[in-house]
Design a protein around this ligand. Structure first.
Ligand SMILES: Cc1ncc(COP(=O)(O)O)c(C=O)c1O
Length: 388
């Protein structure tokens, strides 16, 4: 069925948005095969954003843990995270569709910064919605967005985090969709967004596949953190057809398994409709969307992209979680062993690897380093006082 991954996905939105989503789908399908569009996008990805990103063999970490660990360095991209891949693609799409303005939601601020950046580049007006808790814990990114000329609308409702920013952006889009494109930041929401975002992020998997093909080997495992799911789907896409490669998504395990203290949708969630699509979602005893918690603003979300739910259902990908503490430990270990400060989101993938290192003995592992950790310094220092 169009717009579904198995039973997941769909378009569960206000009726007024259906024609807008259909128009977006049509434009995307035309442009994704258009030579001029792809030439422009590829030029910007290369010369503006810094693609291809390197794959780094982490010798110190490999020695310590008795396996071969590689990192895909999305943290080296302009603006510091994989989010720029999608923002560039969607902003170009918006321009081609004749839109003059873009809006976005952001949790960790990286998608907001990436969207504000491409708006400046392409001369588009830009508004970014951000929950007030996220705006406080990622205040440097709020300042960056404002410097880039974007308007930042702080959302002081609900849990004051990513979910409320997505709701506010969707609400605004209903009334402004004639002039405005909503640059959704992850592989979630109503169709065709999961498809569009995963297409623009698939460059991560494509480059990774080429790298390992050139080496003449395939990784045994690929590990990526999962917030909405865009960096993970981007890297997984390059290997879905290689059965020997095990694909591991790592969610935020927060501080405990208790409802409200984590964001592990795949482990504790139920199938449900949330923010435009059917997927796994965390709900409380009365069926309301649960409060969620993660030390990283980018993983602090009650839903997950529908394609991930499908990949879990068909058992092509496995999903686990790392606790806040394990992510913080992973972050510090990568700093100390390799001189790389990862984003707290990416640190969940690193933390999961370290906690389960014995399982990976003698294996080849690719960890997707979705972003760099400068934005998280204060949170890391607050949480690790005395250990640094
Ligand atoms: C660096 C980084 N990694 C990962 C994520 C999670 O998003 P996604 O699951 O869409 O990759 C975010 C979200 O803000 C992020 O900033």
């Amino acid at each position: 069925m169009k717009g579904f991954y198995g039973e997941f996905g769909g378009q569960f939105v206000a009726e007024t948005l259906i024609p807008v989503l259909d128009e977006l789908d049509k434009s995307f399908e035309l442009l994704k095969c258009d030579k001029d569009f792809n030439d422009k996008l590829n030029d910007l990805l290369k010369n503006y954003a810094g693609r291809p990103t390197p794959i780094y063999y982490a010798e110190n970490m490999s020695k310590k843990y008795g396996c071969k660990v590689y990192f895909k360095r999305e943290d080296l991209l302009h603006t510091g995270a994989h989010k720029i891949n999608n923002s560039l693609g969607q902003a170009l799409l918006a321009k081609k569709m004749g839109k003059k303005r873009i809006i976005a939601e952001t949790g960790a601020g990286q998608h907001g910064v990436a969207t504000a950046t491409v708006a400046a580049l392409l001369n588009l007006k830009c508004t970014v919605y951000m929950g007030s808790i996220d705006a406080k814990r990622q205040s440097m990114n709020v300042k960056r967005m404002k410097m880039l000329g974007a308007e930042v609308k702080v959302v002081d409702e609900g849990t004051k985090t990513l979910k409320d920013a997505v709701s506010a952006a969707l609400r605004e889009w209903v009334s402004s969709c004639n002039t405005t494109h909503y640059v959704l930041g992850s592989a979630l929401g109503p169709y065709p967004f999961p498809k569009i975002v995963s297409h623009f992020q698939s460059v991560i998997g494509k480059e990774s596949r080429e790298y390992f093909e050139n080496l003449g080997i395939m990784p045994d495992y690929i590990i990526a953190c999962v917030g909405g799911g865009s960096n993970a789907i981007g890297v997984f896409k390059g290997f879905l057809d290689v059965e020997s490669v095990r694909l591991v998504g790592v969610e935020a395990g927060g501080i405990s398994d208790k409802d409200g203290e984590h964001a592990a949708r795949m482990s504790f969630g139920k199938k449900g409709i949330f923010q435009g699509s059917l997927s796994y979602v965390l709900t409380d005893k009365s069926g309301q969307i649960s409060n969620v918690h993660s030390v990283s603003a980018g993983l602090d979300y009650a839903g997950v992209g529908p394609e991930h739910s499908f990949l879990k259902e068909i058992k092509r990908c496995e999903y686990h979680y790392a606790r806040d503490k394990e992510a913080l430990d992973g972050c510090l270990e990568l700093c100390k062993l390799e001189g790389i400060l990862p984003a707290l989101e990416s640190s969940h993938a690193v933390g999961y690897f370290i906690k389960n290192a014995s399982k990976f003995k003698d294996k080849t592992i690719l960890i997707n380093l979705s972003g760099r950790g400068d934005k998280d310094l204060e949170i890391i220092l607050e949480n690790m006082e005395g250990t640094i």
